[in-house]
Design a protein around this ligand. Structure first.
Ligand SMILES: [Zn+2]
Length: 70
């Protein structure tokens, strides 16, 4: 029994809030795109979007050297 006349359900993208049609074409549902999905998963480092200040650029001072001082 085909359910024609039924509107596609829309859900807000959990990352950006953009309405996403919940259909088979919405490949990244409930996200609007692959990017938003990766952002939510915290795996979007490949996109060259790094948080400024988060990277220590190899200038990390030595910490926790106590064990060597005993
Ligand atoms: Zn989104």
């Amino acid at each position: 029994m085909p359910e024609h006349g039924q509107q596609p359900r829309r859900v807000p993208c959990p990352t950006c809030g953009k309405p996403v049609e919940w259909s088979e074409q919405a490949r990244w549902r409930p996200f609007c795109s692959e990017r938003c999905r990766l952002i939510d998963l915290g795996e979007w480092l490949d996109e060259n979007h790094r948080i400024p200040g988060e990277e220590t650029a190899g200038a990390a001072p030595p910490a926790d050297d106590e064990s060597n001082d005993r």
